[in-house]
Design a protein around this ligand. Structure first.
Ligand SMILES: Cc1cc2nc3c(=O)[nH]c(=O)nc-3n(C[C@H](O)[C@H](O)[C@H](O)COP(=O)(O)OP(=O)(O)OC[C@H]3O[C@@H](n4cnc5c(N)ncnc54)[C@H](O)[C@@H]3O)c2cc1C
Length: 366
């Protein structure tokens, strides 16, 4: 019997933990290196789209997500007064037993993935920064330790100061003048599914119930500079209905996470010799249509499938790119058009038309 493959993963975000789970399940010996001293626990919402829920079901985590989160039919689009005028399509992709979509706390999904990966035998090295990913897959830590691997998988996110040196191409995403300012608030009783509030006069707002008590709010601020608390409260209060009721919960002490809207894809192959880059470091998507989490989990599932075949590394890496790159390009094309439309709506398309293009694409697994 050939010895188990050693896989070193850089980063324990969603992409790294999902890969740790699929690779361990495929029989690899997995080490995950994550720079922060403590495991990440993001206290913001995650809109679990139909295709992400399907992938989580394949990972055996869908039921736990449903128990922790708030199941719903999909996303409704309303005007500033709360009048519904469209529904974004959300087919039931995870099977009849499961809901079409759900909202949950981002950190809760990280926790479930982390536990499942560790249960499968993955080793987590929290507080360990990787400074070099050598072409032969050796990972070098900041303390100078060398960890020889058969395959190194970089999931450290795009363009951070901590990005390890490697022979992979460096690239920069395109940045739009929009910041998503997010927090959790008490759930308005009437909020029973993800709700996108579009208004001509004010920044757009997304509300996502995450459990019976709480909801996530994202204010899409059309500037690169962060707004003040007073600005945000003013925007929320200027809307009617549910959004207005959220304003009083957004105070000076509210912990706000800011997500700049940026997107792009690593040009050329995603690997160089035995180092593979996946997740947002290779495919950076804007937050629109909730594919930012779904696509890295697809990366992890495809890698796990290929590892199970036992094919040699170079063949495996080419097979991975054959299954992922064209699909990734198409998801990027649609979601980046949605992001541009969101910043500056134009008559040539609209969100519904773009959503209808995305649905058949992600309806089939990668
Ligand atoms: C607040 C917030 C809300 C979100 N909401 C949604 C949503 O509703 N729907 C959706 O689809 N997506 C959402 N996303 C995006 C989605 O979570 C990410 O795309 C997804 O988590 C994949 O990220 P990642 O694992 O690649 O990167 P990250 O989560 O950034 O993890 C990368 C990890 O690598 C570590 N690292 C970096 N460099 C090194 C190094 N040199 N050595 C060791 N470790 C290193 C980092 O410290 C970090 O822990 C949200 C993201 C945020 C921040």
């Amino acid at each position: 019997m050939s010895p188990a493959l050693r896989i070193g993963i850089v980063g324990a975000g969603l992409a790294g933990l999902a890969t740790a789970l699929t690779a361990s399940s495929a029989g690899a010996v997995v080490d995950v290196f994550d720079a922060p001293a403590a495991a990440s626990s993001k206290a913001t919402h995650l809109h679990v789209t139909a295709n992400l829920l399907r992938e989580l079901n394949t990972l055996g985590l869908a039921d736990s997500c449903v128990r922790k989160g708030f199941p719903y039919k999909g996303m409704v689009v309303t005007d500033a007064h709360g009048r519904a005028y469209a529904e974004l399509p959300s087919p039931r992709l995870a099977g009849e037993r499961l809901p079409p979509a759900l909202g949950m706390v981002h950190g809760d999904l990280l926790g479930l993935l982390r536990q499942a990966a560790v249960d499968r035998g993955a080793t987590l090295h929290q507080g360990t920064t990787i400074v070099d990913a050598l072409p032969d897959a050796t990972l070098v830590t900041q303390a100078g330790e060398h960890h020889p691997m058969d395959l190194a998988v970089l999931t450290n996110g795009p363009g951070s100061a901590r990005t390890p040196r490697s022979s992979l191409v460096a690239w920069e995403p395109e940045v739009l003048p929009q910041l998503w300012c997010q927090t959790l608030v008490p759930r308005p009783v009437a909020l029973d599914r993800a709700t996108l509030v579009l208004s001509h006069d004010h920044p757009k707002v997304l509300l996502v119930p995450v459990d019976t008590r709480r909801a996530g709010v994202a204010v899409m601020w059309n500037e690169r500079e962060r707004p003040s608390t007073a600005d945000i409260r003013h925007v929320l209060a200027a809307h009617g209905g549910i959004v207005e009721s959220v304003a009083r919960h957004w105070g000076a002490m509210t912990p706000v996470t800011e997500r700049p809207v940026r997107f792009g894809m690593q040009p050329g192959p995603w690997h160089s010799q035995r180092v593979l880059r996946i997740g947002p470091g290779a495919l950076m998507l804007p937050p629109h249509f909730g594919q930012q989490a779904a696509q890295p989990v697809e990366d992890a599932l495809v890698l796990g499938d290929l590892l199970r075949t036992g094919m040699p590394h170079d063949e495996l890496l080419h097979a991975f790119e054959a299954r992922r790159l064209e699909r990734a390009r198409q998801v990027l094309d649609i979601t980046s058009q949605a992001a541009r439309w969101n910043v500056r709506p134009d008559a040539s398309t609209d969100l519904l038309a773009l959503a209808e293009r995305l649905v058949p694409l992600v309806a089939r697994p990668a």
